[in-house]
Design a protein around this ligand. Structure first.
Ligand code: NAD
Length: 458
């Protein structure tokens, strides 16, 4: 499927607005049917979806099935199980003076919503927001990233096959198409991608005065205290750094620890990588590659050969970069100037948690902060002294999985949150409704002029 023409985009807007105005998407049976279909799509088509991502960037089948297809199915199930409750009016009690009113919060859809996705988890970052958009009763346009073109095209094909295209559409293309979408008749933007483009999206939302959710990235630090369980820490860190070849928004970006801990940790990380991918990850079907030539060159440039203590090998024919460790890194090194988004693990030496806190707080607020320690009060102390979108103690990335927790950034890593009920809320307007009975006129009459006293209260 090729790029969507600008004329088609205009037609899509008209069609979706017309459908939304009929009230079709507000019906709970429509929402449930679409969620069932989306579930089915991520179940029946998981092999096709995984094959497309594999063709795009050598992504292992298992990673697409687990991180994308299974996660979206869990979200669909959770929404289906809870939709009646989420969509019902929430009665509110209040002080005695307002006891006579019938007061409630009525969740209503926002209208025609736009979901702009990144390429790295091509189905997860487009279809998980779609669960929220559907559950809340909206029309939706998905704009997948052009950097994973086969994955983007398969989303378009499958959405046409499984979902109601009078309400849900996919637009394929790059900046030109995205700019046209941002100028269109939309009521909400849900964006996943870099902070740089996030600023462009936010300006477009400001021009229209529409709500926006920004799911961006950044450099997520890992602090490893001297008392950490080194074997567990090494395996979990090795895993979190190299799934999807480090091209994960929540990937551990860099490590802060003492020299003593670094010395015990590095051999264990190397051992874990060897177990995962053998001594030559280039030949491993379980090891993903960098998405394209531009990003390959970008990540390669961040490797400082003088500081490499493991890995460092690259192969431009396959956009392959080996799992790599660099030590004696300081805030001035190239690798610390941008989100790595690749399989490089730099070590910055800190002597204690105070130095770690100072380092973390001197930079943008990260999407995630990881702490490895067996001392819970130390973990709590660091959590109190810092800020991040989320925090996981003694593991990596798994904080994203529980459906009852909001997922989102803070500061430069974005704002707004989703997953589970938070997705429903992100795509809803919480409308206050108050019914006032007529018989209370004698009670409220004292508010009317002419005033007989200086102060009136109810
Ligand atoms: P990107 O910002 O380059 O692209 C994201 C989307 O924006 C794409 O659909 C693209 O077509 C569109 N876009 C690009 N340039 C544009 C422009 N000038 N005007 C309008 N639209 C434009 O991001 P990416 O490279 O696809 O993804 C990598 C980034 O996304 C990383 O920073 C990563 O941390 C972040 N990310 C965040 C999350 C999260 O949930 N917080 C998830 C995945 C990725």
């Amino acid at each position: 499927m090729g790029e969507t023409s600008l004329d088609t985009i205009e037609t899509i807007f008209k069609e979706l607005r017309q459908t939304f105005d009929t009230g079709k998407t507000k019906s709970l049976s429509w929402r449930k049917r679409q969620l069932e279909q989306l579930y089915k799509m991520c179940d029946e088509q998981k092999d096709t979806l995984a094959a497309a991502a594999n063709a795009d960037f050598h992504r292992p089948y298992t990673e697409t099935c687990l991180f994308d297809c299974s996660s979206v199915r869990n979200e669909c199930n959770h929404a289906l199980n809870n939709l009646d409750e989420w969509a019902s009016d929430e009665k509110v009690s209040d002080i005695f003076a307002y006891a006579t009113m019938d007061k409630y919060i009525h969740p209503e859809p926002l209208g025609v919503t736009l979901i702009i996705g990144a390429w790295n988890y091509p189905y997860l970052v487009t279809l998980t927001p779609l669960v929220g958009a559907i559950a809340a009763g909206n029309c939706a346009i998905i704009k997948p990233s052009e950097l994973a073109p086969r994955s983007a095209a398969i989303i378009a094909t499958m959405v046409e096959r499984y979902l109601d295209t009078s309400c849900i559409r996919v637009v394929l293309g790059a900046v030109e198409q995205t700019q046209a979408l941002l100028k269109g008749d939309i009521d909400k933007i849900f964006y996943t991608g870099s902070t740089t483009v996030g600023k462009i999206i936010m300006k477009a939302a400001a021009d229209k005065l529409i709500p926006v959710t920004l799911e961006c990235g950044g450099k997520s630090p890992v602090y490893i205290a001297d008392d950490a369980n080194i074997k567990n820490c090494a395996k979990r860190l090795a895993w979190g750094k190299t799934i999807n070849c480090g091209q994960t928004c929540l990937a551990p970006d860099y490590v802060l620890c003492s020299k003593a801990t670094e010395g015990r940790l590095i051999p264990e990380i190397v051992k874990a990588w060897q177990e995962f991918y053998t001594s030559n990850p280039l030949n491993s079907e379980s090891y993903c590659h960098i998405v394209n030539d531009r990003h390959f060159e970008r990540v390669k440039k961040l490797i400082n050969k003088d500081k490499v203590t493991h890995g460092g090998q690259t192969d431009s024919n396959a956009n392959y970069i080996a799992p790599t460790i660099m030590t004696n890194i300081t805030a001035d090194d190239d690798v610390m100037q941008e989100e790595i988004f690749g399989p490089l693990l730099p070590f910055v030496t800190v002597n204690n948690e105070q130095e770690a806190i100072k380092f973390i707080n001197s930079r943008d607020k990260p999407l995630a902060l990881y702490l490895f320690t067996t001392n819970k009060s130390l973990a709590n102390k660091i959590i109190q002294a810092t800020s991040s979108g989320s925090t996981c103690v003694n593991d990596i990335i798994v904080q994203v999985a529980p459906l009852g927790l909001p997922f989102g950034g803070v500061g430069a890593s974005g704002f707004g949150a989703y997953h589970g009920k938070y997705s429903f809320d992100t795509f809803s307007h919480r409308r206050t409704v108050v019914h006032v009975p007529n018989w209370t006129e004698f009670l409220v009459a004292k508010r009317n002029p002419p005033y007989k006293t200086k102060e009136i209260s109810f």
